[in-house]
Design a protein around this ligand. Structure first.
Ligand code: DHB
Ligand code: FE
Length: 278
């Protein structure tokens, strides 16, 4: 039987990907950030996932304003890193797992989550940066990745409660899969940031830290926090953090916190990482 062994919450700042790809990780601005992810990489090497389900948001790369799926799932065998304007990231092609992905999407839709099925898409920094932070610079990714995009770009995004419930349905689907597999689920984006308008540059470390406390110890309570609070206290793009609740819903309520890291700044953004194990 497949099982979810761990969950990862992780920021996805595009400049982190550029710092890795351009060999700048040891520069004074970046070193403290990358030092904080050394333990994360060690833990991932110990956890050894056979598959990653990565909950992330597309930033107008694969999707446009023409179509805005609330929850989607990539079922194709391979995903190419997208060119977001400065050339595709120099990271390996991602392998999917069509058999698992179709099982997951069937189970979720029959469980009344109306997933959009994606047969063809490229993936942006929202997906590739957390993978780089968790697995490092590799020739091949250590396991297949199933992308699960969530709309947090255009109002209205799904509620925290709905995201948490989706996580529960993912856990059920994983546990019904017949192959023995160690699955790790990522919730990505955040932490506090706003990258446009009058409040551009907003960072709220106090809010971020209580978010990390609650994602660890009070997930059900955190799931009731309204969008308005994210946007007011964590900046307009802080709403990305609602996706961490999908990850948290897929874990046991009493999952153990194995690691936490928080750092400011990276570009305009506060960076957070949490690793929870079942
Ligand atoms: C930045 C952060 C993001 O989450 C993003 O998607 C784009 C840019 C930033 O801080 O620069
Ligand atoms: Fe983003």
């Amino acid at each position: 039987m497949a099982q979810i062994v761990a969950g990862v919450g992780c920021s996805h700042v595009p400049a982190i990907g550029a710092a890795i790809d351009l060999g700048k990780t040891q520069e004074p601005y970046w070193k403290p950030l990358f030092d904080g992810f050394e333990r994360s990489k060690q833990l991932m090497a110990e956890i050894k996932p056979d598959l990653v389900i990565e909950v992330y948001n597309d930033h107008g790369t694969a999707f446009s304003l023409q179509y805005i799926p609330t929850f989607a799932l990539g079922v194709q065998p391979e995903f190419r890193p997208a060119d977001e304007g400065w050339g595709p990231r120099k990271v390996p092609m991602l392998k999917g797992d069509p058999e698992f992905a179709w099982h997951l999407v069937e189970s979720l839709i029959l469980d009344e989550f109306d997933m959009t099925i994606i047969n063809e898409m490229e993936v942006d920094h929202g997906l590739t940066v957390p993978l780089s932070l968790m697995f490092g610079q590799v020739k091949e990714w250590p396991c297949p990745v199933i992308p699960l995009p969530v709309n947090v770009v255009t109002y209205p995004p799904p509620t925290g409660k709905r995201c948490f419930a989706l996580g529960r349905a993912i856990r059920k689907a994983v546990e019904e899969y017949k192959k023995d597999m160690r699955v790790v689920i990522f919730g990505t984006g955040g932490m506090s940031h706003q990258i446009h308008g009058e409040r551009c540059g907003l960072i709220n470390s106090a809010w971020d830290k209580q978010f990390l406390d609650r994602i660890s110890k009070d997930p059900q309570g955190l799931a009731t926090v309204p969008h308005l609070e994210y946007v007011r206290d964590a900046g307009a793009e802080g709403i990305e953090m609602v996706m961490w609740l999908v990850m948290r819903g897929a874990l046991n309520d009493d999952a153990k916190e194995a690691y936490r890291f928080y750092h400011v700044p990276a570009s305009n953004t506060a960076v957070g990482n949490i690793i929870l194990t079942n």
